[in-house]
Design a protein around this ligand. Structure first.
Ligand SMILES: Nc1ncnc2c1ncn2[C@@H]1O[C@H](COP(=O)(O)OP(=O)(O)O)[C@@H](O)[C@H]1O
Ligand SMILES: [Mg+2]
Length: 301
């Protein structure tokens, strides 16, 4: 993959969308090829660029395309794919009334995280040739969940795989008893094959998130105690996942802020960037966005 992956994370309203847009624009103006994707169900990139946006990337300026992922569509796709997999693996599903399970599945918790992860994977695959893929993320709770999902799924899959192996061993014993001979080498179990595919996929994502030479995370916060407290939770949770925060953006800062001192030392070796609070209305529309100086050089990311 050629692209570097940037995540802008932080509490709702701190300025993730604004800062990801500013930096995306700066990269494009500097000759980089950038895709900016909002995976926050409450999209606002269209308001920031003052242009209508949807799941199809649209050129904002040469080098910069932006899109707003339709998460509902990915939830539907996830349900459909799961149903198809079940059909192919459990051919006897009618006998067990498994089709009823699908009616319940759409109310299952955690669907949204899966949808975000699928959308993310799709973007990484389709835009791997860009210089930068930038994700404007949902507020904290959902972001932490989808970032943790690959590792959580790997744990679950490992248990599942052992459980399946146990069933297969029992099955083989029964076959041997019935047929009175050593069980012939059977073809690969379709469920184990499916589990192995999923392990590969989640392992790839987990490795990518942790690889700070590819993935760079920007944590955006405002100079106030609530935003600082939530940022520390994010920092800790990401550290637990083996993910590093590369940059800390103190956004909406005021010249007299003593806040910088409060933050020092709390976020490891994350680099501190400061963006002042701008007067109202200065942060939407291309002309205004172009006039704001994002506090980092594009060669430094
Ligand atoms: N540096 C700034 N100065 C002034 N207003 C800002 C600044 N950064 C963001 N805003 C404003 O704060 C609000 C929330 O910003 P937004 O980027 O949508 O946050 P998030 O994506 O984190 O929810 C918007 O009205 C935006 O214009
Ligand atoms: Mg936003």
């Amino acid at each position: 993959m050629n692209a570097r992956v940037l995540f802008f994370v932080g509490k709702g309203g701190v300025g993730k969308s604004t800062n990801s847009s500013l930096f995306a624009l700066k990269l494009a103006r500097g000759g980089k090829r950038v895709l900016l994707n909002s995976i926050d169900p409450a999209h606002n990139l269209h308001d920031i660029f003052k242009i209508s946006l949807g799941p199809k990337p649209k050129q904002i300026v040469p080098g910069l395309e932006a899109m707003e992922t339709d998460l509902d569509q990915w939830v539907k796709k996830y349900l459909k794919d799961t149903q198809r997999d079940f059909r192919s693996v459990y051919k006897y599903q009618e006998a067990f009334n498994l089709h009823r399970y699908f009616k319940t599945l759409k109310y299952s918790p955690g669907l949204e995280e899966y949808a975000v992860l699928l959308a993310l994977l799709d973007t990484l695959r389709r835009f791997a040739d860009r210089d930068f893929i930038i994700f404007d993320t949902p507020p904290t709770a959902l972001t932490l969940k989808f970032l943790a999902l690959p590792d959580v799924s790997l744990l679950w899959l490992s248990e599942l795989s052992q459980f399946r192996q146990l069933i297969l061993n029992k099955d083989q014993i029964i076959t041997r008893i019935k047929q009175g001979r050593k069980g012939a080498t059977k073809e690969r179990d379709p469920i184990l094959t499916k589990i192995a595919d999923m392990v590969d996929r989640y392992r790839g994502m987990s490795d990518l998130f942790k690889d700070s030479s590819v993935t760079r995370t920007f944590l955006v916060l405002n100079p106030d105690e609530l935003s600082l407290a939530e940022s520390q939770v994010i920092w800790k949770e990401l550290a637990n996942l083996g993910m590093k925060i590369s940059y800390l953006i103190i956004n909406k800062s005021k010249p007299e802020d003593a806040f910088l001192g409060r933050v020092e030392g709390l976020f490891g070796d994350a680099r501190l960037l400061v963006l002042p609070r701008m007067a109202g209305g200065e942060l939407t529309g291309l002309k205004n966005l172009d006039s704001v100086e994002f506090p980092m050089d594009i060669e430094e990311v």
